[in-house]
Design a protein around this ligand. Structure first.
Ligand code: ZN
Length: 284
């Protein structure tokens, strides 16, 4: 069974605000144990968290061994102040503040650095991203500092510019990666960075009526087509679900993501996913 290389232990797939409020004062250990136990029952032995500012992923990482799970967390995700991601992580205004946050991850026992370098897909408008991409120079400095501190870097990145900047700046993994150009798909393969496309976060929204299927269906198709192309160029692609995101439920999403990836990549799927997960387990 493959691990899930992108989850959010704090979230529940229903409503992020309520899920965060529920654990804001103190992580709900019973709930975390229930989720870990469910992952273990499904045969999942590796989880990589996307981070939260309230210590939920950190607590999970400390007790996951009891369930036979290797659990990696960035403690909290780091974002540009006023930009996407601050609702669940910590923002920085200047580079000194960024360095302080990286040092804080280290002192909390985080395993890697998670940076947010773009917004989300706007599910109401095909082709639109909700926030501006992080400039190359800042991307480069953030990744270089994290590497200097001995950390691998996971980047939340959507849109061609954000992903291309992060890849050229030496990022270790790209999360989501909507709307990539052919050139950037080649760059993925050339850099050896791992792509975690979290296709289920788009596919599971179809038919719910929350966003127009006229946007979601072509977006899913484009994403799967890009995954197929990236695999054919030799890019490393790993299974990650973003479990906890809207309509993406812990545990069951792993099979859903696998089915989507299999659809895109075909018979080489297991080989591709296995190789990429190995790289992630080693680096993160
Ligand atoms: Zn995420």
């Amino acid at each position: 069974m493959f691990g899930d290389c992108h989850i959010h232990m704090i979230l529940d797939g229903v409503y992020y605000r309520a899920a965060i409020d529920h654990q804001k004062e103190k992580p709900d250990e019973a709930l975390i144990r229930q989720r870990l136990s469910d992952y273990a029952v499904r045969g999942i032995t590796y989880l990589r968290d996307g981070g939260d500012a309230w210590g939920v992923g950190l607590l999970a990482s400390k007790i996951a061994g009891e369930y036979g799970i290797s659990y990696r967390t960035p403690a909290f995700n780091i974002c540009r102040a006023g930009h996407y991601g601050c609702f669940i992580g910590k923002g920085f205004a200047g580079f000194e503040e960024y360095k302080t946050l990286v040092d804080r991850v280290k002192s909390l026992g985080g395993h890697f650095i998670k940076i947010m370098v773009s917004g989300l897909m706007d599910f109401d408008r095909f082709g639109v991203i909700t926030d501006t991409p992080c400039a190359y120079d800042l991307c480069h400095d953030m990744i270089a500092y994290a590497h200097d501190q001995g950390f691998a870097v996971m980047a939340h990145a959507n849109g061609d510019e954000a992903v291309s900047n992060a890849l050229r700046a030496g990022v270790d993994s790209i999360e989501h990666g909507a709307y990539l150009s052919n050139e950037t798909l080649h760059l993925l393969a050339e850099t050896g960075a791992v792509w975690v496309p979290t296709a289920v976060t788009i596919a599971n929204l179809r038919g719910l009526g929350r966003f127009p299927d006229a946007v979601l269906c072509p977006l899913t198709e484009l994403h799967l087509e890009n995954i197929r192309k990236a695999a054919s160029y030799g890019a490393k692609i790993a299974l990650g679900t973003d479990a906890g995101a809207y309509a993406v439920f812990h545990g069951q999403a792993v099979q859903q993501e696998y089915d989507l990836l299999k659809n895109a990549i075909g018979e080489k799927t297991d080989l591709v996913l296995c190789e990429a997960e190995e790289v992630i387990r080693k680096k993160f």
